[in-house]
Design a protein around this ligand. Structure first.
Ligand code: FES
Length: 149
């Protein structure tokens, strides 16, 4: 079984077919951007893009992404060339504990691909299912606005 992750074809043992994608990303491929939060598809900490659409990687098994393109936080930018959403989070110091940050960023990346000038109401609706328990919501919204510029 081969799956495409961040533009690279990754061979995986067939025994991993039913394994949650999140476990493979973190445990087998050392892609630790996606976080394990609830494990139930509810918190958004594990968000990745599958063919450009947000998905909860804790609730998707490996076999279901064969033939599709998976993008993780590590695939949207790097230390030399951060994605504008990543840069916005840094500039606005939009993380406290940082556990939700992956999901917030990946959700905004997908939104701005579809709708580069999404208004605040749309941004709030899009982020509504990414849980943050620290309270950096204002900074996260500022980071989103900054990323649009
Ligand atoms: Fe996947 Fe919470 S860990 S949605």
């Amino acid at each position: 079984m081969n799956i495409q992750i961040n533009g690279r074809m990754v061979p995986l043992d067939d025994s991993l077919r039913d394994t949650p994608l999140l476990y493979i990303l973190r445990n087998d491929l050392a892609l630790n951007g996606p976080k394990y939060g609830c494990g139930l598809g509810e918190c958004g900490a594990c968000t990745v893009l599958i063919d450009g659409v947000t998905a909860r990687s804790c609730s998707v098994n490996a076999a279901s992404v064969v033939g599709k393109s998976v993008t993780t936080l590590e695939g949207i930018g790097n230390a030399e060339h951060l994605h504008p959403v990543q840069q916005g989070f840094i500039d606005e110091q939009a993380a406290q504990c940082g556990y939700c940050t992956n999901g917030m960023i990946m959700t905004l990346v997908a939104l701005f691909e579809r709708e580069p000038q999404a208004d605040e109401q749309t941004i709030k609706q899009e982020l509504a299912f990414n849980l943050c328990r620290c309270g950096t919501h204002i900074e996260i919204l500022r980071a989103a606005e900054r990323a649009k510029q």
